[in-house]
Design a binder for this molecule. Structure first.
Ligand code: BMX
Ligand code: ZN
Length: 314
């Protein structure tokens, strides 16, 4: 791998910690993952991150610039602190970057997972070359990141773009954050599946009825493709909700493009033709030409974006 500059990207999630070795062109040279020790306490998770980083550094066979760490939940990213991450025990006001630096012996830059993925897509993916971009991950939750005027919008304490907690339904579904009616409480993958299971239980005429209790998102999309009326309605409702949230983002940030990633983006080909008209219906005419695109780096957006923070630093 010669003299090219390399960095480690780590994506910390509630179920998996993923590591990757990245070069300056955004190429993923190596990847590994492990199950997050989410109930074992912060030090155990830090040791896991350090072990993954060590494995990546061994692959590099030479110097790496450091670790870009992408993590969920509100973070004080500039100070490297995890403020409150309900999915991982011990991550309340925890000096995460400092702990990983001590355990790994390498410099660490911390970034919210949504912002890290936005940076990955902006530098190397669907937003390449654009000055204005909104990234949305529709997954277990809904996260995001905004590029405005050619810069990453970080906001106070690096907490900007928690788009999953925009309230889209007054007095709506309870959200993990404690509020009601948040975008992610209505339009995330689990919200979609819960709605589908409930409706399938009731609708004896639907092909979804027989296995209503175990229904997955992919099964609903497949049934919609095969013409099941209930499945089509459910997919249509999901697209309407995403169109509503994305329309709000168009008005707020006036991006050149909205980039969709996360688990539900695996259904992008089925969703986009439904989301785009819904999004356009919700916005002022000059915003209607903005395209919705699929994340080009797939599951790697956050890893690549986080690692690239080290290159930018020089
Ligand atoms: C939540 C929040 C965001 C995250 C988003 C998507 C937590 C634990 N997470 O809104 O930081 O970007 O979910 O998360 O507060 P994902 O795990 O579904 O990608
Ligand atoms: Zn919320």
């Amino acid at each position: 791998m010669g003299s090219e500059r390399l960095a480690i990207g780590i994506d910390l999630g509630g179920t998996q910690i993923r590591g990757a070795l990245i070069d300056e062109a955004g190429t993923v040279l190596h990847r590994e993952a492990m199950a997050t020790a989410a109930t074992a306490g912060a030090e155990a998770v830090v040791a896991q991150i350090a072990a993954l980083a060590r494995a990546m550094a061994e692959r590099a066979g030479g110097a790496v610039l450091g670790i870009g760490l992408s993590a969920p939940g509100p973070l004080d990213a500039p100070n490297g602190i995890a403020l409150s991450t309900p999915t991982i025990a011990g991550f309340t006001d925890f000096p995460l970057a400092q702990a990983v630096e001590a355990a790994s012996g390498r410099p660490v830059l911390l970034e919210n997972d949504g912002i890290a993925a936005a940076i990955g897509e902006w530098r190397f993916g669907a937003g390449r070359g654009l000055d204005h971009m909104v990234y949305a991950t529709v997954s277990t939750g809904i996260g995001g990141g905004v590029i405005a005027d050619g810069r990453v919008l970080r906001g106070r304490m690096g907490m900007a773009a928690h788009i999953g907690h925009m309230i889209v339904v007054q007095g709506g579904a309870p959200c993990a954050c404690g509020a009601h009616g948040c975008f992610e409480a209505h339009a995330s993958g689990p919200a979609f599946v819960a709605r589908a299971r409930g409706a399938a239980r009731e609708d004896v005429g639907s092909t979804l009825h027989a296995n209503a209790e175990t229904l997955s998102a992919a099964e609903v999309f497949d049934a919609a493709g095969a013409g099941d009326a209930l499945a089509r309605r459910l997919v249509g409702e999901e697209a309407e909700l995403l169109g509503l949230g994305f329309g709000n983002l168009l008005h707020l940030y006036s991006p050149d493009v909205i980039v969709m990633g996360g688990g539900l983006s695996h259904q992008f080909d089925r969703l986009e033709p439904l989301i785009s008209p819904a999004m356009r219906r919700n916005v002022l005419p000059p915003f209607r030409s903005v395209p919705l695109r699929r994340a080009l780096l797939g599951d790697n957006s956050g890893l690549v974006g986080a690692a690239s923070l080290l290159f930018e630093r020089g």
